[in-house]
Design a protein. Structure first.
Lengths: 463, 274
């Protein structure tokens, strides 16, 4: 049972609004540094403004979302929303046709050119078209002289659904915080790896990563589709998970994930993985590996370690061309892959440089670099988040609820009529919870509609 | 930019400029004919704008959703469309035409400073959720922006009218309708904003493996959602209206501008795609 004071505190709209604004303000403050300072300028900024850096770090949205001090704010909102959901559910049960007036009221009179029975029928039809539910209480002589109508029950249900959605959002967020595990796995074609945390490039929540029981993961048949201009438009790859002879194969594309034992696998990054063999002047193999190279921008230099302590700096041009003596690539499609390399000794001095085409070998300063094959590599995001489905449910409840709330506002109309010669005087007493001026326009339009001449049997209007 | 697209677009810009000048003349000097010219020019401009967008769609094979130029092309069109629908339903809002067209031209102009290359849809954009996310983003942005324009005009009109109790009832009614139109737009914007965030999060999970990563644009979209949520509560549960509500609508749009245009130049997962 919630005490009255606590209930009043939790249901306080002033406080709720203040909390929402405070949350927005803190998030905005925490977000500013990441928008204004480039990552490469961060060390210099940190050195010049240590206090600001400390503050910015404390207020960063990722950190705020885990801070108990900040979490008090959404916790307060959850308390208020929970109580609000209960009271809305009760209101929905109590809500009846035409019972109670809403906040804003107006009245219009229409002189309908019809006898009372036809006039009341016209009123009923107009209200039905407007989505109102009506009932007709009998007068003292047994003849109905009044009609009460209301709408908004669906809107109240919508409001309830929206606030339930907000609660689910918080539940989903907490579930994600507590259960999420995920990271990136780099895989090159032809090089399987154990599907364990140790194989990941990065992994958060490693302690929550499920036991995959000796499963191995590999990729093959990396296929890229290119546009006429040579830019990639789609990537797909076959990913295999194998455990004790049981083999599952998945086709992954960008935006097309795979699911395996609760884990989602998505293709996130991709690039070329040339196979390179390098021999030193004695003919010894100092490199026999598949290099995981960055795809963009073409010609980005990557370095690979050599067994003798040196390094091989490589630039891959998928569709090699030269312009004014400068190397370049016509497109990202590997039509004519060429690697430009620089051989660096253990002291970092360049001892040779050259180029090698796919399937060929190049000799420079007594050293040899061969480029036997070109494969691809993929960066795969692997993760599990139990909060995702709750979040999806929250999104569904929230959006459907909001649309219903806004489409079916709380409104009532009471129509009474009295015969007046050949006409009927209809009085419309209306009330609405929101948008009084617009509602008044609508009631005015309804009154004018009721006053229209009745059509005759041949379709012409009667006066 | 394709030649045909360019012809439609620049003809549309010319129509919008004509509309802007005519609407200003009508608004400042009460020229009735200028008002008619303005409305026709706006309609023609919208039609040509739509034709430019459709041409680009046909040539590239995808809707205009990638990078700054395409987003400006589509977003400014949606802004104009929302206003056209609103002005038809609520004549009291028609006086906002010069301001809306001015903002539309600014948005288009901003887009035209970016490269307009005809690029096929990149792999991250190949998702059905893209259509949902981007469409509702434009609807939300357009609604909030027009609401702030109406709020600004409301404040200007209120300053002119002075004390409402002394004012003519028709003027009071027109002001009340304008104020409520602003409220309705904010409510519509909030609903579409919610759908934008939800669809974006679900799309992000399929693309990046997590539905929320506190990326600056994601964070700003949450901030503007909270601000407009507070806006709705203040209007509909605490009864804010008139000048207070108008100032609120005018200031709240700053959060939306930060969301869509950013505050700085640091790249992140969203801007790399935008």
């Amino acid at each position: 049972m919630v005490s009255k004071r606590l209930r009043r505190f939790l249901l306080s709209r002033d406080a709720a609004i203040a909390v929402m604004v405070l949350m927005a303000g803190l998030l905005a403050l925490g977000n500013l540094p990441s928008q204004l300072i480039e990552p490469q300028d961060l060390p210099a900024f940190e050195a010049d403004h240590p206090t600001l850096t400390w503050l910015a770090d404390r207020l960063s949205p990722e950190r705020l979302a885990r801070s108990p001090w900040f979490l008090v704010l959404p916790a307060y909102l959850v308390g208020g929303i929970s109580l609000s959901v209960v009271s809305r559910a009760r209101a929905l049960r109590r809500q009846g046709v035409g019972r109670g007036q809403q906040r804003f009221r107006c009245e219009r009179v229409a002189l309908v050119p019809l006898p009372a029975a036809s006039a009341s029928e016209r009123v009923r039809e107009a209200l039905e078209r407007g989505g109102f539910e009506w009932d007709e209480p009998a007068g003292p002589d047994g003849d109905p002289r009044e009609l009460r109508a209301a709408r908004g029950r669906v809107g109240t249900a919508g409001s309830l659904a929206f606030h339930v959605g907000l609660l689910l959002l918080v539940v989903g967020g907490m579930l994600s915080l507590l259960t999420r595990t995920g990271g990136e796995l780099l895989l090159a074609e032809g090089f399987p790896k154990p599907f364990t945390p140790a194989s990941f490039l990065t992994l958060s929540g490693a302690e929550r990563f499920p036991d995959t029981g000796g499963t191995r993961v590999s990729v093959r048949d990396f296929v890229a589709e290119y546009s006429r201009q040579g830019t990639p438009v789609d990537y797909s790859v076959l990913l295999t998970l194998e455990r004790e002879g049981d083999r599952r194969e998945f086709l992954l594309r960008v935006n097309q994930a795979a699911w395996w034992e609760g884990l989602q696998l998505t293709l996130h990054r991709y690039g070329f993985a040339p196979e390179l063999v390098a021999r030193d002047p004695r003919g010894q193999v100092v490199l026999d590996a598949v290099g995981v190279l960055r795809l963009l921008p073409p010609g980005t230099e990557d370095t690979l370690p050599l067994a003798d302590g040196g390094r091989l700096a490589v630039r891959l041009y998928p569709d090699f061309s030269t312009a004014d003596g400068e190397p370049g690539t016509r497109s990202l499609e590997p039509k004519r892959p060429v690697i430009l390399f620089r051989w660096l000794d253990p002291d970092g001095r360049e001892v040779g440089a050259g180029s090698v085409e796919l399937g060929a070998a190049a000799r420079v300063a007594g050293r040899e670099v061969a480029f036997p094959s070109l494969r691809a590599w993929g960066g795969f995001l692997v993760g599990r988040d139990l909060g995702l489905w709750v979040f999806a449910a929250a999104a569904l409840f929230g959006t459907v609820g909001l649309v219903l709330r806004l489409s079916f506002p709380d409104q009532t109309i009471a129509a009474s009529w009295e015969p007046e010669g050949t006409h009927t005087r209809v009085t419309l007493r209306a009330s609405t919870r929101f948008f009084p001026a617009l509602f008044e326009e609508r009631i005015g339009a309804l009154a004018r509609q009721l006053e229209l001449a009745a059509p005759s049997a041949d379709g012409t209007e009667e006066s | 930019m394709h030649t045909v697209e360019g012809i439609f677009l620049w003809a549309g810009v010319l129509a919008y400029v004509t509309c802007f000048v005519a609407a200003l003349l009508s608004s400042l000097f009460g020229k009735q004919r200028a008002e008619v010219v303005a409305r026709w020019a706006f309609g023609i401009g919208l039609g040509l704008h739509l034709a430019a967008g459709i041409t680009r769609w046909i040539v590239t094979g995808h809707g205009p959703v990638m990078y700054r130029y395409e987003n400006s092309l589509a977003g400014s069109f949606v802004l104009g469309l929302i206003f056209a629908v609103l002005a038809r339903q609520l004549p009291a809002t028609r006086k906002a035409l010069p301001v809306v067209v001015g903002v539309l031209l600014l948005l288009l102009g901003n887009g035209l400073t970016a490269p307009q290359s005809l690029i096929p849809l990149k792999p991250p954009f190949r998702s059905g959720w893209l259509v949902v996310h981007v469409t509702f983003a434009w609807l939300a942005f357009g609604s909030y922006l027009i609401a702030s324009i109406l709020a600004g005009l409301y404040l200007k009109a209120r300053r002119k009218v002075g004390d409402l109790e002394q004012a003519d009832p028709d003027t009071v009614r027109a002001l009340a309708l304008q104020d409520e139109s602003c409220g309705k737009l904010i409510a519509f914007g909030f609903a579409t904003d919610t759908i934008m965030i939800a669809s974006g999060a679900i799309w992000a999970h399929g693309l990046w493996g997590r539905y929320w990563s506190w990326d600056p644009i994601e964070t700003w979209s949450l901030i503007s959602w909270l601000i407009y949520g507070a806006n709705l509560h203040l209007r509909f549960t605490l009864g804010w209206s008139g000048k207070r509500a108008a100032w609120l609508a005018l200031l709240s749009v700053l959060a939306v501008l930060a969301t869509f245009f950013g505050l700085g130049v640091v790249s992140n997962v969203h801007t790399d795609l935008l």
